[in-house]
Write a protein of this length. Structure first.
Length: 313
C-alpha cells in the first residue's frame, strides 16, 4: 500500500470575520496527482499556502513527509516546491540565467546545479531557448520555465496552484503531459484548478472544496458515479424552446450553443416520457444524444446540493 505523503486533519483558517477553511481533512498518496477543485474564493490557494508554510492555520494539523507544516517549516521547505498562478521569473534574464540564479539561492554546488539545469532544459524542451531573454518567451514557455525552476532542488512534492491559467489549449495540453511525466517519475503533485477537465484528465484523486469544506472526494470515476450513469444532451434551434424546455425539465443550460443537459437513467421509457412532454408542449428539439457524466456535472450537482442545504460559499 502506498503511504500518504500529505496528511491534513481538521484544518481551519479565518480571515477577519470570514471562515475560509472549516475542518479540512485530506490524504495524498506519494507519487500521485491530487486535484483540489473549487470556485474562486473557495479556499484552494489558502490550503496550498498553509501546506507550503507561507501562512499558519488557525486550527488542525498538516504533515508532509512526516513533518509538521506549522512547527517544522524548514524541513517542509526542503521537500516541496510551489508554483503559483503566474510565472515568477525575471524577464530581464535568460532562461538559463534564471535557473542559475535560483540554484545559487538554493546553495546548490556549481557542478550539481549545472548538471540539473541541463537536464531540466532538455526535459521541458527549452534548450534551444536557454540563452534567450525570458521577456521573449510565450506564455507556455514561461510556465515551463517556472516549473523547471521549482524542480531544481528535486522536491518530493510540487504544489501547482492554477498552473495553466492564461495558457492556450495547445500549451495547456503540453503542460498536462509534463505533469503526468513528473508523477510517473515519483513526484507527488498537488494541483489546484478551476478547469474541471484538467482535474479529470490528470488526477488520481479529486476533492471538491465548497463553503470551506470538502464535500466530495475520490477518483474521477467514483465522483461521476454520484450523478448517475448518463446525461441527455438536447439541442434547440432557438432560445425560446430552450428556455421552455429548461423550465419543464430543469437541467443545465449552455445558452451559447442552445443546449440543455438533463439527467437520465438511460432507459427507453425515460426517453419516451421526455419526448412526450416536449410533444405535448409543442417543443421540438433539433437533436439529442446521450453522454456519460463529467466532472463538471459532479461539481454542479454537489455544489448546488450544498447551496440548497445552506452551506455558504
Amino acid at each position: 500500500m502506498v503511504k500518504p505523503i500529505i496528511m491534513v486533519d481538521g484544518l481551519q483558517k479565518r480571515y477577519g470575520n470570514k471562515q475560509i477553511l472549516k475542518d479540512i481533512d485530506l490524504q495524498v498518496e506519494e507519487g500521485s496527482i491530487f486535484a483540489l477543485l473549487g470556485e474562486n474564493g473557495a479556499g484552494k490557494t489558502t490550503t496550498v499556502r498553509i501546506l507550503s508554510t507561507l501562512i499558519n492555520a488557525d486550527g488542525g494539523t498538516a504533515y508532509i513527509d512526516g513533518f509538521d507544516c506549522q512547527h517544522q517549516p524548514q524541513s517542509i521547505k526542503k521537500r516541496i516546491s510551489l508554483t503559483g498562478q503566474y510565472a515568477t521569473v525575471d524577464e530581464q534574464l535568460t532562461g538559463e540565467e534564471n535557473l542559475i540564479l535560483i540554484g545559487r539561492l538554493l546553495h546548490l554546488d556549481k557542478k550539481t546545479a549545472n548538471k540539473r539545469i541541463t537536464e531540466l532544459l532538455e526535459l521541458f524542451d527549452l534548450s534551444s531557448h536557454a540563452k534567450k531573454l525570458v521577456k521573449t518567451y510565450s506564455g507556455g514557455m514561461l510556465r515551463k520555465l517556472d516549473i523547471a525552476i521549482s524542480l531544481l532542488a528535486s522536491p518530493k512534492v510540487i504544489f501547482l496552484d492554477e498552473p495553466t491559467t492564461g495558457l492556450d489549449p495547445r500549451s495547456r495540453q503540453n503542460m498536462w503531459e509534463m505533469v503526468k511525466g513528473l508523477a510517473a517519475d515519483g513526484v507527488t503533485i498537488f494541483l489546484t484548478t478551476q478547469y474541471l477537465e484538467e482535474a479529470e484528465v490528470l488526477a488520481d484523486k479529486i476533492a471538491v472544496l465548497h463553503g470551506g469544506r470538502i464535500i466530495a472526494e475520490g477518483s474521477s470515476e467514483q465522483l461521476k458515479s454520484l450523478v448517475g450513469e448518463e446525461k441527455l444532451v438536447w439541442v434547440f434551434s432557438e432560445e425560446t424552446s430552450l428556455a421552455r424546455a429548461q423550465s419543464l425539465l430543469g437541467g443545465e443550460l449552455n445558452e451559447a450553443e442552445n443546449i440543455l443537459v438533463t439527467n437520465s437513467d438511460g432507459s427507453i421509457e425515460d426517453l419516451r416520457q421526455t419526448l412526450n412532454i416536449f410533444h405535448e408542449q409543442g417543443i421540438i428539439p433539433t437533436s439529442f444524444h446521450y453522454r456519460n457524466p463529467t466532472i463538471q456535472d459532479v461539481f454542479m450537482v454537489l455544489t448546488d446540493k450544498n447551496e440548497k442545504e445552506g452551506v455558504a460559499v
